[in-house]
Design a protein around this ligand. Structure first.
Ligand SMILES: Nc1ncnc2c1ncn2[C@@H]1O[C@H](COP(=O)(O)OP(=O)(O)O)[C@@H](O)[C@H]1O
Ligand SMILES: [Mg+2]
Length: 230
């Protein structure tokens, strides 16, 4: 195995709801190696999404350490965090989060615009990514004109726009039927084969088993890690 791409130590996160503190993470420590495919399970409210937001540099933890590729992230400013998100991380969400007024092509090209890729190159690459996820014939459609499974494939193409080494997916098959979910899992399998590191949050044991290792959360803490049996 390679170097740890994710190294988390004593991560704590407390949300503040009015005057009430809501502890979401109560001291989480783990590592993920370069190229690993890991799933994260746990009951609703156990802190999975909070952890994913921190790993994605979308949220700063209350305390603890998060090193990504050996770089401590928790004290970085917003600009540096945005650069890390853009260059290293591809996100896939349960709700797809596509922009409804933009074409599929424009949705996939958008992260490249923020990365400063010239327009012609953006559109060329977006088109080839859509081709890759089987939507090369729909590039000028909008997200309102496609199915949920297709929308998630577009979201994966968008996640790949800047060629990230780390894919973070929060319940990516949660809104899909099982056959459509299989298409998404097949894509994750391919991305893993290419050497990308993948972390997938799921409620579905069948989805979790596709990973090499399963992490389990409960009440803001990780249970002892176990190898996937599937
Ligand atoms: N933005 C927020 N403000 C306040 N509390 C939150 C917020 N997001 C999540 N929480 C709380 O933090 C805990 C963990 O939530 P979350 O990370 O979403 O868990 P999961 O993804 O496992 O369902 C829950 O108690 C939830 O209610
Ligand atoms: Mg969640």
């Amino acid at each position: 195995m390679g170097a740890p791409v994710i190294e988390v130590r004593d991560l704590v996160h407390v949300y503040r709801r009015g005057s009430v503190d809501v502890p979401a993470l109560r001291g989480v420590t783990f590592q993920i190696q370069q190229g690993e495919y890991v799933s994260l399970m746990g009951p609703s409210g156990s802190g999975k999404s909070t952890l994913m937001h921190i790993l994605g540099c979308l949220l700063t933890p209350t305390s603890g350490s998060y090193q990504l590729d050996g770089v401590e992230t928790v004290h970085l400013g917003e600009q540096e965090r945005a650069r890390i998100r853009r260059e290293k991380i591809g996100f896939v969400f349960q709700q797809f989060n596509l922009l409804p007024r933009l074409s599929l092509l424009e949705n996939v090209a958008l992260p490249m615009m923020y990365a400063g890729v010239p327009r012609r190159e953006r559109l060329r690459r977006a088109s080839s990514l859509l081709e890759r996820v089987g939507l090369g014939h729909r590039i000028h459609h909008t997200p309102t004109e496609i199915s949920g499974g297709e929308a998630q494939r577009v979201a994966i193409a968008r996640a790949l726009a800047n060629d990230p080494s780390l894919i973070l997916a929060d319940e990516p098959t949660g809104n899909l039927d099982s056959r459509t979910g299989e298409e998404i899992l097949a894509l994750f399998h391919e991305l893993h084969q290419e050497g990308r590191t993948i972390l997938v949050v799921t409620h579905d044991p069948g989805v979790a088993r596709r990973a090499e290792r399963i992490l389990r959360m409960r009440d803001g803490q990780l249970e002892t890690a176990s190898a996937s049996t599937g």
